[in-house]
Design a binder for this molecule. Structure first.
Ligand code: WQD
Length: 336
């Protein structure tokens, strides 16, 4: 069977991608330092997939650990999710973000070239577009982001491009995510952030569960449909399938794809969709804008559809329903 290394494979997007890889009969090797996930996700992935996974608790910024992985396994490809991703934290801890997110990418690229692993799928982010004109398309020149996290994604893209340019057989697929939300329909895996959620959907689901009193809506004076921020929310299962399509269609050279729906949804539109999809009321209060936020962000998704034969299929109601399905199970499992 074809074997794939998935770094950060017990994380939110990584775990959903492992499920899709296993469903397509890949052999999956996960390495994760469990800094933002828990070990039981491995068993949850195996339960959903009725397949086994090889798991290493490890740190892909440590060269010896990366070398051991490549010496022990004959990978056909690497999907690199492992990285810190909290925008606000990156502003406070820039060196930690540059060191973790860049060294991991450099080491994995180095060992792919040393061991002739010719498929590298990289987890990037729409944040690299900065405050560009929407809809964002892959040919746009990147603007500086407002945070070190975004800069680590843009720099990683450049590192991988430079490596691919001198490695004839290497194919690199850079996937720029928009706003991943939702969870696997089983409710077994989903987004379980540590501490107070930075992102909108996990905050909404924690309000729905009664863990938070109300949602603070960060500004309603943007030039958008209802004044609140507009984003391109994409179901995490659609996003996971996008990774499989990228891996299977990967040829030599560097390829960039937006993984979004192409549709913008405002904060209040998402709140209303959540209430309709779940029957749960979400109290909210309009407060000041959050520093660094842009008004609108949504994707031009024609390239992924044309070249990968992939497009998102799930709508905002399914995203809300599945996000709530996971959170409400969490609530049942977790004694406060
Ligand atoms: C969405 C909208 C907020 C929380 C971030 C990162 C990006 C990527 C996805 C990693 C905005 C509003 C939010 C809240 C709110 N992460 N909001 N109240 O900022 O678009 O993107 O996560 O790759 O890199 O920047 O996502 O979910 O934080 O915010 O009103 O409690 O919801 O203002 O308009 P964002 P988000």
């Amino acid at each position: 069977m074809k074997k794939v290394l998935v770094t950060g494979g017990t994380g939110y997007i990584g775990s959903h991608t492992c499920v899709e890889l296993l469903a397509s009969r890949y052999e999956v090797v996960i390495v994760d330092n469990l800094s933002n996930s828990t070990r039981d996700v491995v068993e949850r992935i195996e339960r959903i997939s009725t397949s086994r996974v090889t798991f290493y608790e490890g740190d892909v910024t440590v060269e010896a650990e990366v070398r051991q992985l490549f010496e022990a396994h004959d990978f056909v490809g690497v999907i690199h999710f492992a990285g810190y991703k909290a925008v606000g934290e990156s502003v406070q801890q820039p060196v930690m973000y540059y060191q973790n997110n860049l060294v991991s990418t450099m080491l994995l690229a180095k060992y792919c070239t040393l061991f002739g692993v010719n498929k590298f799928v990289f987890s990037s982010s729409a944040t690299v577009y900065g405050d560009n004109q929407v809809p964002f398309h892959e040919g746009l020149s990147l603007l500086p982001t407002t945070n070190p996290y975004g800069e680590t994604k843009a720099m990683s893209e450049r590192i991988l491009t430079d490596v691919a340019n001198v490695t004839p057989d290497l194919g690199v697929s850079i996937l720029r995510y928009f706003n991943p939300v939702g969870a696997h329909e089983s409710g077994e895996i989903g987004e379980a952030p540590n501490g107070i959620p930075n992102n909108l959907m996990p905050f909404v689901t924690q309000v729905a569960r009664g863990k938070r009193d109300k949602l603070m809506v960060f500004g309603n004076d943007y030039d958008t449909v209802d004044g609140t921020g507009v984003r391109d929310y994409i179901h995490v299962v659609d996003l996971a399938k996008g990774h499989l399509a990228a891996l299977e269609n990967l040829t030599a050279g560097v390829h960039m794809y937006n993984l979004g729906t192409g549709k913008g949804t405002s904060v209040l539109e998402l709140v209303h969709a959540f209430q309709e999809a779940t029957g749960v009321t979400i109290p909210y209060e309009i407060v000041e804008r959050r520093a660094g936020d842009i008004a609108e962000c949504y994707a031009d998704v024609t390239k992924a559809e044309r070249e990968l034969g992939w497009r998102a299929e799930k709508g905002i109601y399914e995203m809300c329903r599945d996000a709530w399905g996971f959170e409400s199970r969490l609530g049942a499992l977790v004694v406060e």
